[in-house]
Design a protein around this ligand. Sequence first.
Ligand code: ZN
Length: 311
Amino acid sequence: MENTINGIHHITAIAGNAKRNYNFYTNVLGQRLVKKTVNFDDPETYHLYYGDQNGTPGSILTFFPWEGIQTGRRGARQATEIGYSVPKGSLDFWVNRFEKHNVIYNKAAEKFGEEYLTVLDPDGLKLELTVSKTADTRLPWETDEVKAENAIKGFHNVTITTNKMQPTADILTGVFGYKLLEQHVNRYRFVTDAVENANIVDLVEVAGEVAGHVAGGSVHHVAFRVANEDILMQYREKIAALGLHITDKIDRNYFYSLYFREPGGVLFEIATDNPGFAVDEAVEELGQNLKLPEQHERFRSALEKSLPKLF
Ligand code: ZN
């Protein structure tokens, strides 16, 4: 895990109503709200982070909930499916749960020899619950209704839809250390050996697919994981050397980040493990209180009034 890209760090998507988003991810899916903060660039909007107990990279799905935002459209140049890993034998539990909560889902299907359920979140974001064929020993967050034998363990994969897979594949293999594992029709599965989980990216090539529109219910960006800032900056050099525009290092309070648009059109981020989500509140209290970066702390009382109540 030295100088490598260690799979997915987090995925960020866009939602509409914040409370509806909170209810779905915590109550229905049984994820932990690990951080309640604001969009640093738009502090009147929440930035909600869901994941496992500690907010471990590889388990974190984050949202900007913009009330009333129009619905996006899935298409090319987008991350179009977010795959979670669930335990063997848990899919019946999830089907029953989705029935009970009126969640839209598809009957179980299979790809690359792995069974999965497709499910839409309340904004239409496409998720998959996949029973991985490789071991997933990660400990999940548990709730009263979603216990470990069924609980989501973190990410399994992310799917990117593209008109031409090769330029994106070149970034994955040439820079990020992934290799092509399997191909089925127009779906190419890439994996990195640097980590055991959250280490798969699927590229789906559809030449004629119209570009998607990023709005409600779509993925904003995919963040890949590195151990620390030194390694982060090594990747900055590598990306810049390809002639791609990449941002300076940005302090996101819980990690340090770089952003660049990969040639297939998806916004990629590279993010560090340090300092992590326990930097401003105890692990037992993660997600309980509104956390603000220093530059927005002076707006706290106004924000606490204007941001919608989640619980
Ligand atoms: Zn991000």
